[in-house]
Design a protein around this ligand. Sequence first.
Ligand code: SAM
Length: 182
Amino acid sequence: EVAVLRFGHRPGRDDRMTTHVGLTARALGADRVVLPDNAGQSAETVRDITDRFGGPFEVELREDQASFVREWDGAIAHLTMYGEPVQTVETDVRDAHADAPLLVVVGGEKVPWELYEHATFNVAVTNQPHSEVAGLAVFLDRLFEGRELDREWADADRIVRPEARGKTVVDASEIADEGETE
Ligand code: SAM
């Protein structure tokens, strides 16, 4: 299992970022996202996308992120610009994940020092400041070695038909009908 924890959320200011952490976790292969309980709006958006475009993917709201991290039974990868380069530690993270669930933690405004101490890995996607969404995307892609790009989605109502140009979204029921005629 791979869970993503969004540590900290400022309602209003962080709404889009927190939503995008959830959407990126879902699209790039995580099993669930855990959001702070003041990020209900973001949770709703991510659940809505999962209902329409498929899963499985879980969205949870938790009041105390610090205790969630403390009680996590498995490996923890905390994404931070101060950490070790992802390209150096990715094999170790993958090995740790082979034996245990993995919690990926991304911060917001400020992350408490205990997180750096408690994490199994402090992982940097470059040692330059950027964004939790970008960091999460690159990290998950490295973790899954690109396999997440070919993932299949269950229970989708809406499916995008890939095209060189154009924007075609079809109902899952139409695709099922096409399958029958072939
Ligand atoms: N200034 C804050 C601090 O020092 O705690 C971090 C703010 S940053 C906009 C928000 C989050 O983006 C961080 O907590 C981290 O998870 C992620 N992030 C930013 N740059 C990163 C990098 N180079 N590698 C990995 N994660 C990064």
